[in-house]
Write a protein that binds this ligand. Structure first.
Ligand SMILES: Cc1cc2nc3c(=O)[nH]c(=O)nc-3n(C[C@H](O)[C@H](O)[C@H](O)COP(=O)(O)O)c2cc1C
Length: 216
C-alpha cells in the first residue's frame, strides 16, 4: 500500500491547504479546509480549533481522509457550508464496518489514522480557544492525477507581493502605504508556510524595497 507523501509533492516540515472529509456517527458526510503539516513521509499534523464538525468526527472515529485539490469551488463550498454528497465518493473502510468519503475530483487523497490528540488552550492572533493538536499516520495514499500539486498559501502570497512590487512606483502615496502593509502580511504568511525558495524570494523583494528607500 502506498503511503509516501513525497509521491504527491508533499514534503517534511511543509504546510499545505487541504480539504478533510469525515463521516459522523449517523453516516453524514462533512468536508472542511485545513492547514496540514507534513512531519514524516507518512505522518501528518493538524491544529484544529474545538467546536466544528471535523474535529468531532475525527475524535469519534479516529480516522479521516485528506483530499488534495486546487478546485476553488471545493474550497469555497467546504468553507461556507459543506460539500453536497454528490461531489463525494463513499468507500468501505477496510479495518472496520464504517464508511469513508473522498472528494470525487480530488487529484489525490489519503486515508489517515489518528495516533495522538493533545488538547490545549491557545492564545493567538485569531482568538483564545481550545485547540487540538493531532498527529496521524497515512495508511493509504491514492493518486488520481499524476500531475497532482498540493495547495500552498505561500506561492499565492508571493505572487501578490510581486504584482504590488511591480506597481509600487506608479501609484499614489496612500496606495504605496497599502502595498507595504500587504507586503508585511505576505511576508508573515511566507515565513510561516513557505518553502526555502519562497522565503528567499520575499527576502530579495524586501531588500530591494529597503534599497529603494521604502520603510518596511
Ligand atoms: C484554507 C483554510 C485553511 C484553514 N485551516 C484551518 C486550520 O488549520 N485549523 C482550523 O481549526 N481551522 C482552519 N480553517 C477554518 C475551518 O475550515 C473552518 O472553521 C470550518 O468551518 C470548519 O468546518 P467544520 O465544522 O465542518 O469542521 C481553515 C479555513 C480555510 C479556508
Amino acid at each position: 500500500m502506498e503511503t509516501d507523501l513525497t509521491k504527491i509533492g508533499m514534503h517534511k516540515d511543509q504546510q499545505y491547504e487541504v480539504i478533510i472529509t469525515t463521516i459522523d456517527k449517523d453516516g453524514n458526510s462533512n468536508a472542511a479546509p485545513f492547514g496540514l503539516r507534513v512531519l514524516e513521509e507518512n505522518e501528518v499534523f493538524l491544529r484544529i480549533f474545538e467546536g466544528g464538525n471535523t474535529i468531532k468526527n475525527i475524535k469519534d472515529k479516529g480516522e479521516f481522509i485528506v483530499n488534495i485539490t486546487n478546485d476553488p469551488l471545493m474550497f469555497t463550498l467546504s468553507t461556507t457550508n459543506t460539500i453536497p454528497d454528490e461531489y463525494l465518493t463513499r468507500i468501505p473502510n477496510k479495518s472496520n464496518t464504517d464508511e469513508l468519503a473522498y472528494l470525487t475530483d480530488a487529484e489525490a487523497y489519503f486515508i489517515c489514522e489518528v495516533k495522538s490528540i493533545k488538547e490545549a488552550l491557545r492564545e493567538d492572533d485569531i482568538k483564545s480557544s481550545d485547540v487540538n493538536f493531532i498527529k496521524s499516520e497515512v495508511v493509504e495514499l491514492n493518486i488520481k492525477n499524476k500531475c497532482v500539486k498540493p495547495m500552498n498559501r505561500a506561492i499565492h502570497a508571493l505572487i501578490e507581493a510581486l504584482v504590488n512590487y511591480s506597481r509600487i512606483n506608479i501609484v499614489d502615496d496612500d496606495t504605496q502605504k497599502y502595498f507595504l502593509e500587504r507586503f508585511l502580511e505576505s511576508e508573515r504568511v511566507i515565513k510561516r508556510v513557505g518553502n526555502e525558495k519562497e522565503k528567499e524570494s520575499i527576502q530579495i523583494l524586501k531588500e530591494d524595497l529597503i534599497n529603494q528607500g521604502f520603510e518596511i
